[in-house]
Design a protein around this ligand. Structure first.
Ligand code: XIL
Length: 373
């Protein structure tokens, strides 16, 4: 009885969640039995695979290496792993001349041993640059640094990476440019061509990997997010017109419980435009900020699960979507603990599994959405 090992309270909450969810779940599922869920013989990756989708999550070397229970649950639930930080410049580049591949080598080995696909995140971003970057990189050498970085990193793992986030978060309409591009060292030194340079270099270094442009705030029906959708589409159109080897758009999907709403028509229209360019779509960083919800756990979990379900029902209607990836798997480890903590001091609960690695309502929402296409 593996899940009742902790205590009576966790048994009770597991029981309530399982019962309510199973009843709800059974309504739309002929193929999945309560016993399968109860005995843990069916996992998120199975629901996804049955519909030709990939389910996976982000995590880190330091977590997988240290927390065996988490690593075991990760392998059970996920078909694809995204190193949350280990591929970022600040982690890989201790000095301008050197690379430290200790952790990424370990992660690639872990993925191979456990039959997980791997996403590379990320090659070109305005954030997570090493401390030496500002003093060393300038207009005269930025292209050399960018090309050398991509050649070395992508080349090292060529053939082993499912997809690369080649460029991350290059758009910020608030910065006021006509094309909506974000001010960044890369833009300043190399102009907007830095984006195509990055894609061409990555394609040459690993012709097999799916090359992705990844960005956030594309989901809600607000003027800011509409502007980001428009700028994103413009960028993707420009890249396709110039035959840049881009294969997919990554939609981060850091969602939140709050007053902003989805507009299915607008979001699906945007995704259709992306698909019409011949691009695949991945949901790359899904989680739900529960900061503004009241504390009661079941209430909160229900509201978070509803957002998962509503969002996924909208985006999974688009056949170009090939993967759903959550930004973390269990509330035990989530960046939101630090970046969007709750004011009442209770733990944030944004992910499919709780702190004990047991499924929450968000898990059932994901399972249900993934299988009911
Ligand atoms: C976040 C990580 O989750 C944190 O651990 C780290 O401290 C900061 O970066 N968009 C991205 C990710 O593309 O790389 C970010 O990851 C979250 C937002």
């Amino acid at each position: 009885m593996p899940f009742f090992k902790s205590n009576r309270r966790s048994f009770l909450s597991w029981f309530v969640v399982t019962l309510t969810s199973t009843i709800w779940f059974q309504k739309s599922s002929a193929s999945v039995t309560a016993i399968q869920i109860w005995e843990r013989t069916i996992f998120l990756k199975d629901y996804a695979t049955n519909n030709n989708l990939l389910y996976g999550a982000a995590t880190q070397y330091s977590i997988l290496d240290r927390d065996r229970d988490f690593a075991r649950r990760f392998i059970e639930e996920c078909a694809i792993l995204v190193p949350e930080n280990d591929f970022k410049w600040e982690k890989l580049r201790p000095t301008p001349q050197s690379f430290d591949f200790t952790k990424t080598d370990w992660l690639v080995g872990f993925a191979l041993r456990n039959n997980l696909k791997l996403r590379g995140h990320t090659l070109v971003w305005y954030k997570a640059l090493p401390d030496w970057f500002a003093a060393k990189v300038d207009r005269t050498n930025a292209a050399r640094y960018l090309v050398e970085h991509i050649n070395t990193v992508v080349g090292r793992y060529a053939g082993k990476i499912h997809s690369w986030d080649v460029v991350n978060e290059a758009i910020e309409p608030k910065h006021g440019r006509n094309d909506g591009l974000r001010s960044s060292p890369w833009l300043e030194y190399l102009r907007e061509e830095y984006i195509e340079l990055a894609f061409h270099t990555a394609a040459a270094a690993d012709p097999q990997a799916l090359l992705t442009y990844n960005d956030y705030d594309l989901a809600y029906d607000t003027p800011e997010q509409e502007a980001r959708r428009t700028a994103t589409l413009k960028l993707l159109e420009r890249l396709k017109t110039k035959d840049v080897p881009i294969g997919a758009l990554g939609m981060q999907a850091h969602l939140y419980a709050g007053s902003d709403r989805f507009n299915a028509k607008k979001l699906q229209g945007f995704m259709q435009n992306v698909a019409d360019l011949g691009l695949k779509i991945l949901v790359t960083e899904l989680d739900v900020v529960d900061r503004s919800l009241e504390a009661a756990t079941l209430f909160r979990d229900r509201a978070v699960a509803d957002i998962y379900r509503e969002y996924l029902d909208i985006v999974l209607a688009q056949p170009a979507v090939i993967a759903v990836i959550t930004w973390g798997l269990s509330d035990r480890y989530t960046w939101l603990k630090k970046f969007r903590p709750r004011n009442d001091g209770t733990n944030v609960r944004p992910l499919p599994l709780d702190d004990n690695l047991d499924p929450k309502l968000a898990w059932f929402a994901l399972a249900n959405a993934l299988q009911s296409l």
